[in-house]
Design a protein around this ligand. Structure first.
Ligand SMILES: [Zn+2]
Length: 440
């Protein structure tokens, strides 16, 4: 049953991809490119900047030399020695920084106030979900996010792998993607739920247990995922409260196999118990973390595990439930999020930036960065989290996250100064990914 369904999903995706390929081939004959590129001319480019954040510090009057998609020089204009016929880009009036990285997205989901998560998983066709995702990745790139870590296709098989590959091949414009594929949940724990006992519906992630875990992890890896996502807890307690799902041994096994393959593991965990178990197992990052305590953060620090707090998802879900921010008092969940976030800051837990876009609009990814400032972080630290720190903990330090020679030419410019006013991130006026300009 499940097997038949997977084949159907696969063939309908191929229809969409074939159409896109055909459309791209046709449009490639004329200019401008349909691929969202504003300019592909000149393999060599020189960006002049006034104020620049390089991922670590603010710099003044730097230039960035780019060749074949890579940064070949980034430093003081006075020390730049290059000459020749180079396309010059003047960004001296804007705030220049590395392309933003979002550590937690779901491009195959769209806001739950448009369509419930259950209905997206059970009713929307794979073709519709992929079609929507092509819009989502374009909007994300246009908002200045040149890399995303997409943490689960939520019932859409390995369509995230396909979207990543379509972007890499130049079929559609979008950010660099690191994808988790189907993600792993313990049998019986995940949704959609609430059906009659005799009705079995497909789940939003792949179920596995002690007997099948090794095979499921290896099979997912074989489908060309970049990392493994596991739900270390979920709302399956007697009253529907979040409780741990996998045993310590099961979590250890997932991490052991994933690490052997060269991939890290990301854990969804909201309870103190599951956060501790996931950290002890050796996951790289923990998502959400609402119920964190001092002891949990101590274990995370000992094991160098970063926290991705997803504040924007929590606020969005509460607003869908009727909360009017600024008028109504904070719901209990938001109070808890704020306390956990402030405690993490006080204890020096490594903080990633990722809001769980998909729960809310793609392209609105900056919402998370705004909330991180609102909850107590300095704007410059948030910019650091959304560039260099995210790159380090997503294991792409050698690829992007900083303006530095040898890295991809992922450069954005902003009207205003987000190091002082984080909301200026809404005014992205220039986007370059791997040397190609997508917005100016
Ligand atoms: Zn998520």
């Amino acid at each position: 049953m499940l097997h038949t369904m997977q084949i159907k999903l696969y063939s309908s995706n191929m229809g969409v991809i074939s159409f896109l390929l055909l459309f791209f081939s046709f449009s490639a004959l004329s200019q401008p490119s349909n691929n969202g590129e504003v300019s592909t001319d000149a393999s060599e480019k020189l960006i002049r900047t006034g104020v620049l954040f390089d991922g670590e510090s603010i710099r003044e009057n730097w230039v960035i030399h780019i060749k074949d998609g890579l940064i070949t020089y980034a430093g003081p204009a006075s020390e730049y020695t290059g000459t020749g016929d180079i396309l010059e880009i003047d960004l001296t009036e804007q705030f220049v920084m590395p392309g933003l990285i979002d550590a937690h997205t779901h491009v195959l989901l769209h806001p739950y106030d448009e369509t419930s998560w259950n209905d997206q998983v059970l009713i929307e066709s794979s073709a519709e979900r992929v079609a929507r995702a092509t819009n989502h990745v374009r909007a994300t790139l246009q908002a200045g996010f040149t890399t995303i870590r997409d943490l689960g296709s939520e019932g859409s098989a390995y369509d995230d792998v396909g979207i990543r590959e379509a972007i890499e091949k130049g079929v559609i414009p979008g950010p660099r993607m690191l994808v988790a594929g189907r993600a792993i949940v313990a049998t019986g724990s995940y949704g959609p739920k609430g059906f009659a006992g005799h009705v079995n519906v497909p789940k939003g992630a792949e179920e596995a247990d002690a007997g099948t875990l090794a095979k499921v992890v290896r099979d997912q890896i074989g489908h060309r995922i970049d990392l493994v996502k596991v739900y270390a807890d979920y709302r399956w307690g007697p009253q529907g409260q979040a409780r741990p799902t996998f045993s310590q041994d099961e979590l250890n096994l997932i991490v052991e196999i994933s690490n052997l393959s060269g991939r890290s593991v990301v854990a969804h965990a909201a309870t103190a118990e599951a956060m501790t178990m996931a950290a002890l197992a050796g996951v790289r990052t923990i998502e959400h973390g609402d119920g964190a305590t001092r002891d949990v953060y101590r274990v995370m620090k000992e094991h160098d595990v970063a926290l991705c707090p997803t504040l924007a998802a929590a606020e969005s879900v509460e607003s869908y439930n009727g909360w009017i921010k600024g008028t109504d008092p904070d719901p209990a969940r938001i109070t808890k999020k704020k306390e956990a976030f402030i405690l993490a800051l006080q204890m020096g837990v490594t903080m990633l930036a990722g809001g769980d876009a998909g729960v809310f609009d793609h392209g609105d990814n900056a919402l998370e960065l705004e909330l991180m400032v609102e909850y107590g972080m300095e704007p410059i630290d948030v910019l650091h989290a959304a560039t260099a720190v995210n790159a380090d903990y997503l294991d792409i330090k050698g690829v992007t996250g900083r303006i530095s020679a040898g890295l991809a030419a992922d450069v954005i410019a902003i009207d205003g100064n987000p190091a002082k006013h984080i909301t200026d991130l809404r005014n992205v006026s220039f986007v370059m990914k791997e040397g190609v300009i997508y917005r100016k």
